[in-house]
Design a protein around this ligand. Structure first.
Ligand SMILES: Nc1ncnc2c1ncn2[C@@H]1O[C@H](COP(=O)(O)OP(=O)(O)OP(=O)(O)O)[C@@H](O)[C@H]1O
Length: 278
């Protein structure tokens, strides 16, 4: 099996080519410290179209701008050039409404709050500062159940393992019913077995919620298992080198990782990455 490069800039599951873009990144460039003597061009001419409900991973050499692209999509930094819309709405407006869920490597839970209050926290902030029509109080027990933390709502973060804290961070991100979920190496700090399990759980949650997910990872195996399409980026300044649709059916089950098809896909990603860095 060889994965085909998708049409330029389109990152969706095989067969969805031509679907309307949901996340639309057009001509995005990011220069840190623009105008200064030490400016760093992190991204150059990024054009990326992600259809609604797709799970897309960003991979590439260290420092190629994966996190920068994720931050730009989440309006955590303003691109130097270009524009980003999500469902036709500027990313900045969605962020103001609390419609962009983010999960980072560090769970960043408030240590003094119980887990259920951590999960409710962003809702409380948005409800107070920028309430939007239709904003409803999250069903925290249901969210905790969804992420496998049933019965842990009254605990403090320090009483939870690293994997459980990652689950809590995911529940917190889902509490505002986000339009998109941006995940930056969310499981990188976990041991391999827990990380594996989190990936499987994330697939189950994605199948249930069908949020559009942008996922940054260093693990090609993780990217291949989770994604509908993988965006391979060049060394800095980051450009899109290739978009590889993942032809594995859903639901994804762990046994798929033992197939020749899966091994061939990961080998191909590895080859492309090495070639680019040579
Ligand atoms: N705030 C900043 N100021 C200046 N340069 C920055 C800043 N943040 C990132 N950079 C630089 O921009 C480039 C892209 O960084 P970024 O963190 O997006 O890469 P990455 O692909 O996510 O890296 P990694 O895989 O190592 O996590 C790097 O060269 C980095 O040093």
């Amino acid at each position: 099996m060889t994965a085909e490069t998708s049409p330029r800039g389109f990152a969706g599951p095989p067969g969805s080519e031509g679907a309307a873009p949901f996340i639309a990144v057009e001509g995005v460039q990011v220069v840190y410290g623009a105008g200064g003597t030490e400016s760093v061009q992190a991204l150059s001419d990024i054009n990326l179209m992600v259809p609604d409900g797709a799970f897309v991973s960003l991979v590439g050499p260290s420092g190629c701008g994966k996190s920068t692209l994720l931050k730009a999509v989440g309006d955590l930094l303003a691109p130097t050039a270009g524009r980003i819309t999500i469902g036709g709405t500027p990313a900045a407006e969605l962020r103001r409404q609390g419609r962009i869920g983010t999960v980072f490597q560090a769970p960043n839970l408030m240590p003094w709050l119980r887990i259920e209050d951590n999960v409710r926290l962003l809702y409380k902030i948005v409800a107070e500062k920028a309430p939007r029509p239709g904003l409803t109080e999250p069903d925290v027990p249901a969210l905790l159940k969804l992420v496998g933390l049933d019965g842990f709502g009254a605990k403090r973060p320090a009483q939870l393992s690293g994997g459980m804290q990652s689950r809590a961070a995911l529940a917190r991100a889902l509490a505002l019913d986000p339009t998109v979920l941006l995940m930056d190496e969310p499981f990188a700090a976990l041991d391999e077995i827990t990380r594996d399990r989190m990936g499987i759980e994330l697939m189950r949650i994605h199948a249930q919620f069908r949020k559009t997910v942008l996922f940054v990872t260093h693990s090609l195996t993780e990217a291949a298992f989770l994604s509908d399409a993988i965006v391979l980026m060049t060394p800095r300044p980051g450009r899109i080198a290739r978009i590889i649709p993942v032809p594995l059916p859903r639901p994804r089950v762990p046994e798929m990782r033992l197939t020749d098809e899966f091994a061939a896909l990961v080998a191909e990603l590895n080859r492309d990455l090495y070639r680019m860095m040579a």
